[in-house]
Structures are given as C-alpha cells and as structure tokens.
Design a protein around this ligand. Structure first.
Ligand code: AMP
Length: 290
C-alpha cells in the first residue's frame, strides 16, 4: 500500500491503473477508522480492482465550538487497518493541499441540506459537499462508497453528483453496529463507559419505532412520540431531533406511505451522536439503506 499526499502523485498512479483497464473504488473518511469504515472498504474492494481510502479531517465541515481540534487522529492504526483491508492507496492530503491560500470556491447543495443536521450545524454540509467534490475530482473513482450512518450526507452527496454531472457511481452501505446495537462512530471514543450505555437509547428509540411501524402504525407523530418518551426517560441524553422525512426530498412526512428516513440526533455527554432507520410504507418493511 502506498501512502500519497499530493494530487499529482495520486493522479499519476490512478491514471496508470486506468490505462491498464482497472477500476477504482474510493472511500473518503476522516480517519479514526473502525469496523464501519472497514466494511465500506470491503464493499469497494468487491466492486473494483483497486481501492483508494482518503483520510482528511476537513476543517470546513466543523462549526465554531465543535470538535475539530479534539477529533481523534490515529494515523498508525489507520494505516494498519487499510493495509489489512487490501487498500492500494491511502491518500492523506494536508490542509494546504485541500485548501491552498486564497481558496474561495465552495459547493453548496440547497435543499436536502436544510433540515436535520443542516439546522443544528450551519455550514456543515457546505464543507462536506466542497471536500467530497474535491476528493472525487482528485481521485476520479468509478465508484465511491458512503455509509448509511450519515443518511442525510449520503443523500446530499448523491444529489451533488447528479446535479454537477460528476462521473462516479455512489454506493450506500448499511449502518455497521456494535454487538449491542450502537452505531459505530469515531465519536464513540468520546464516551465514558456509562455514557456509552446511555447512548444505546438512540437505538432503543429507533427499534421501538420500527416495531410500531411493523405492527401497522403509520402516523409519523405517533411513531416519533414513542421514541421521544423513551429518550426523555434516559438520564444523560439530550435529544436534538427525531424526525420522519421523505427519503427522496427530506421534507417532513406526516404518514409513512412511501420511503421515509427516521433520523435521530442526541447529545450524550461530550458527543453528538446520530442514527437512523429507513421505513418503506408501501411494502411495510424496514430497509437497510436509502
Ligand atoms: P467519517 O470518517 O465519520 O467521515 O465517515 C466516513 C464514511 O464512513 C462516511 O461515508 C460514513 O457514513 C461512513 N461510516 C461511518 N460510520 C459508519 C457506520 N457505523 N456504518 C456504516 N458507515 C459508516
């Protein structure tokens, strides 16, 4: 595995692969890699001849007072994880490469970015869209794999790729969870043992919604009320939102008639955690991704 830090070195290697007829899968990350990231790498490996993983803690997607400075950075362990998953290139550009002096061009998606995390984290998706567009342009992959864990991000990336005609196929991988159901996240490292137990309430809330939906309940308010009560009863957890939104438009759905995303965000100790589930009202089933 090569670790490359410049766009020119990256492009040289990738064009050599492409000239030899090899396909390229790409997994962009912010590092502190866990089994969720590794599942994305394996999906890319299955779909393509070569896999590129990037690690870049993107400053433009963090707001003031958020955890940019303290975000976990674990390059040695991350290198080993990529190596073990058969990654061909680990791309680790620095801030100067991604945002050279005078950088003044941003990519902004203006519809799907409005609700959920777009409200609580203004500017977050502008940073995400900008860095993802840049990384896709730098790598030029055939396929890029994103996680359902960040459902809104996945939908926004798909929209940017469609709207800007970026020549890449976006693949969404289901949420990878710990054995007890907690969605894996680099931010879980912020949790104490007790906070980690408290954090399981996100999954309990979503499971309660899934169970009620599978029993035939379709009223969004009734569904979220079940989970809100469960979360309210859990000490140490502050619910930010729980919403039922169309999986197409991310506009609020009052009933689960079509495909919806039920998205939840809560503060648990120092960590802001997110989780979600996808319900298909037409078929009456729970889906693994949008
Ligand atoms: P991050 O490093 O947190 O920016 O995540 C990089 C990619 O990994 C994104 O596409 C995430 O959605 C995805 N990802 C993170 N955690 C998980 C998880 N538990 N399951 C599936 N995908 C994940």
């Amino acid at each position: 595995m090569d670790q490359l830090e410049t766009v020119s070195a990256l492009r040289r290697q990738i064009s050599a692969w492409k000239s030899a007829g090899q396909t390229v899968g790409f997994v962009p990350t912010m590092g502190a890699l866990h089994e969720g990231h590794r599942a994305l790498m394996r999906a890319a490996r299955e779909a393509c001849d070569k896999v590129v993983v990037s690690i870049f803690v993107n400053p433009t997607q963090f707001g003031p007072g958020e955890d940019y400075e303290s975000y976990p950075r674990r390059m040695e362990a991350d290198r080993a994880a990529c190596e073990a998953e058969g990654v061909s290139i680990l791309y680790t550009p620095d801030e100067e490469v991604m945002y050279p002096p005078g950088f003044s061009t941003f990519v902004q998606e203006e519809m799907l970015s409005m609700p959920l995390c777009g409200k609580g984290r203004p500017g977050h998706f502008r940073g995400v869209c900008t860095v993802v567009t840049k990384l896709l342009n730098q790598v030029g992959p055939d396929i890029a794999v994103f996680g359902q864990k960040d459902a809104q991000q996945a939908l926004i990336v798909k929209r940017v790729v469609r709207d800007l005609d970026l020549p890449v196929q976006i693949q969404i991988h289901p949420i990878v969870r710990e054995e007890d159901g907690l969605a894996m996240s680099s931010r879980n490292r912020y949790l104490s043992d007790q906070e980690r137990k408290h954090a399981l309430v996100l999954q309990r809330g979503l499971k309660a919604i899934e169970a009620a939906f599978l029993e035939g309940k379709k009223d969004a308010h009734a569904l979220t009320a079940t989970a809100t009560a469960i979360l309210a009863a859990q000490e140490g957890v502050k619910l930010e939102y729980i919403e039922v939104l169309s999986a197409e438009t991310l506009l609020p759905s009052s009933r689960v008639e079509d495909k919806v995303v039920v998205a939840i965000a809560a503060k648990v100790g120092p960590a802001r955690l997110i989780d979600n589930t996808v319900l298909d009202g037409r078929r009456g089933v729970v889906l693994s991704h949008v």
